[in-house]
Design a protein around this ligand. Structure first.
Ligand code: HEC
Length: 204
């Protein structure tokens, strides 16, 4: 989440400057300003401003589409780095998954890094119909398993997507939960169960 936030902050800086009718600042300048004005606080350290290759490309093409070949390269590299579960099991406990999807706690300087983080999935997605408050940046995931089929391939896809959304869509707005160590493998399995267990409210 924090990297997304940093990116948004960067975009806001560029947007503000663009309004002032001066030439848009170079991304390095925006980064320089952020690095000199932000401070380390608790677990929120300045190294979060360091972008990996994918995020550098996404910043560069923030307002224009990423060239197709480059997008394919980002997706392939991110896909290669996903450690799919060695036991081949993708479904955990959907009840735990629902709690993780509901929770927006974690990664902030006020949070205890020893405690598990939440996934904040409802901030962007509709999931269980019982939850009336959800964001719509992401597609509705209601009836995900029922519609896509309860197959091992779809369970694997859901795991990979939650682990690293950019393996499937370069520069996706969805946080890379496993890749950025926001959620653990067990937590991601619980979320896959929320999406894929026929008993989950998502599939009712
Ligand atoms: C900041 C917004 C955001 C958050 C938070 C977020 N997502 Fe997403 N998600 C998206 C967007 C946007 C897409 C569609 C673009 C894409 O495929 O990358 C998406 C796509 C998906 C897909 C693929 C859907 C399909 O039809 O194939 C799954 C599965 C998914 N999200 C699950 C989750 C889960 C589980 C969580 C919580 C751990 C989560 N998302 C949190 C924005 C978000």
């Amino acid at each position: 989440m924090s990297k997304t936030r940093v990116l948004i902050a960067g975009l806001m800086v560029s947007a503000l400057c663009a309004n002032a009718q001066t030439p848009a600042p170079k991304p390095d300048r925006a980064l320089e300003v952020m690095k000199s004005s932000f401070k380390d606080r608790g677990q929120a350290k300045l190294d979060r401003l360091n972008q990996d290759k994918a995020m550098e490309v996404c910043t560069k093409y923030a307002t224009t589409p990423v060239p197709k070949a480059l997008a394919k390269q980002i997706e392939a590299e991110n896909m290669k780095a996903i450690p799919f579960p060695a036991d081949g099991k993708y479904l955990g406990d959907w009840r735990a998954g629902e709690r993780i999807a509901q929770s927006g706690v974690g990664m902030q300087f006020t949070d205890n890094p020893a405690n598990p983080s939440g996934g904040n999935c409802y901030a962007c997605h509709k999931l269980s119909p019982q939850e009336l408050s959800y964001g719509t940046i992401g597609t509705s995931l209601y009836q995900f398993g029922k519609i896509r089929g309860y197959s091992p391939e779809i369970a694997k896809y859901a795991f990979g997507k939650i682990y690293n959304a950019q393996a499937y869509t370069a520069c996706s707005n969805m946080p890379r939960f496993g890749h950025n160590k926001i959620l653990t493998e067990a937590q991601i399995k619980d979320l896959v169960a929320l999406l894929m267990d026929p008993e989950s409210p998502v599939n009712k």
